[in-house]
Design a protein around this ligand. Structure first.
Ligand SMILES: Cc1ncc(COP(=O)(O)O)c(C=O)c1O
Length: 418
């Protein structure tokens, strides 16, 4: 039976693999494992009560509308609220520039559908968000990778890569997934000028921008692009499509996110989204609007910042206390992740298995690189948002045992059960 189906799978499915992280989440559900693997928000700060009240209110006040089909563009009051909230970050957009999507993951898929012909090259960061590679791979994308350092994408290296004519650039300026680094202001300006010079648009993916724990806010690329274009021709939105999501500020289970683009691009995206799912869940949109309104979202984001900052600090401190000095890591100013660099010759895949034996998990670096090599074998991504500080400390202690065994040889004993 399955051979019959297999022989009929479309070509576009051939290069598609399961996400290493989704697979890993299955293993790490075991209760004895402390997982730094998934990019999971802290379940203990989900605003469950507020959701409960909002569900009741939505059903009482707008039951029939909330359970009905809706427009593809999204629930108008929610689009307006998003536009207003973004204005505080300098993003000038009306509700007509906002398309509600079923998670930013759907936005990435729609971008693939909209822009990628088989064989098109996309400029991506190395490392970059695995889920974007998965989404773009379905459309036959090829990649030009440009490395990141502590100031984000190395913009001096972008110029040369743009000469090869990529279709667009996919950039994560704030607290990048997986590395946690932030694109500096200077480099943001440089990138916008390069995009303009070569006529190559940018997809700016910003799920974490509001989750800053230290340092000053830096203007998003979509804002700098507008400033740059206005000098020339008065356009409001131009070379940048901007993505963000409620997954990290409210709840990922709602599957609610949004795209910001010029109106004609939104119109095309609407047609593509219609083909995919008609529209994002009406009920979820009504509920999210009800949850977020009257300043609750701001208040909740302040709480999340406090909790995640404490967890980030717990991880940084534990790394300093337990990890050998040959190992380095990033110091993220926000977001959910930090990125560990192990000494030359380390194999983070092998390390993953010996870490599991210590009942601790992380994501090995290779899957975050577009070109299927072993560039990531010295790296691991650690999530700090999900576990409480005392578990983070215990997890890093366990992980340090596996790390020391990798670096210094296998004579150090495992301590599980001690
Ligand atoms: C950079 C980036 N983009 C997109 C997503 C997908 O988010 P959503 O839950 O809105 O689909 C994530 C999720 O972790 C992410 O890190």
């Amino acid at each position: 039976m399955s051979t019959l189906w297999k022989s009929r799978y479309a070509q576009r499915t051939l290069g598609v693999k399961s996400s290493a992280i989704r697979e890993l989440l299955k293993v790490t559900q075991r209760p004895e494992i402390i997982s730094f693997g998934g990019g999971l928000p802290a379940p203990d700060v989900f605003p469950v009560e507020r959701f409960e009240q909002a569900c009741h209110k939505v059903l009482a006040d707008h039951g029939a509308m909330a359970l009905q089909y809706g427009t593809t563009e999204g629930y108008q009051p929610l689009r307006e609220m998003i536009a207003e909230n973004m204005a505080r970050y300098g993003i000038v957009a009306s509700a007509d520039n906002v398309l509600i999507t079923s998670g930013s993951q759907q936005a990435l898929d729609l971008i693939g559908k909209l822009l990628i012909n088989r064989g098109d090259r996309i400029l991506v960061e190395a490392p970059t968000y695995l889920g974007a590679l998965q989404a773009f791979n379905v459309y036959g994308a090829q990649y030009v990778s440009v490395p990141v350092d502590n100031d984000g994408l190395i913009s001096d290296r972008v110029d040369e890569s743009l000469r090869s004519g990529p279709k667009f650039m996919y950039v994560l300026p704030n607290f990048q997934n997986p590395s946690g680094v932030t694109l500096s202001e200077g480099r943001r300006h440089q990138l916008i000028l390069l995009a303009d010079k070569y006529g190559i648009p940018i997809v700016e993916d910003d799920p974490y921008g509001q989750l800053r724990y230290e340092g000053e806010h830096i203007a998003p690329l979509v804002v700098l692009d507008r400033e740059n274009l206005q000098r020339d021709n008065g356009f409001t939105l131009g070379n940048v499509i901007y993505l963000s999501t409620f997954s990290k500020t409210l709840a990922p289970g709602s599957r609610l996110a949004w795209m910001v683009a010029p109106e004609d691009v939104i119109a095309k995206l609407v047609q593509l989204k219609q083909a995919a799912d008609l529209h994002t869940s009406t009920f979820n949109q009504y509920v999210a609007y009800e949850v977020a309104r009257d300043g609750f979202l701001d208040q909740h984001v302040r709480l999340i910042r406090r909790v995640y900052r404490e967890r980030r600090d717990a991880m940084l401190e534990s790394l300093k206390d337990f990890f050998p000095q040959e190992v380095t890591w990033t110091h993220p100013q926000g977001g959910l992740f930090l990125w560990v660099t192990l000494p030359d010759g380390t194999d983070s895949e092998a390390l993953f298995h010996s870490a599991l034996a210590e009942n601790v998990a992380f994501v090995a670096g290779d899957c975050f690189y577009a070109n299927n090599g072993h560039e990531g074998s010295r790296h691991m991504r650690l999530n700090f948002s999900h576990s409480r500080p005392e578990l983070i400390r215990e997890g890093i202690r366990r992980l340090s045992l596996a790390v020391k065994r990798q670096i210094h040889g296998s004579h150090l004993p495992s301590t599980v059960g001690d």
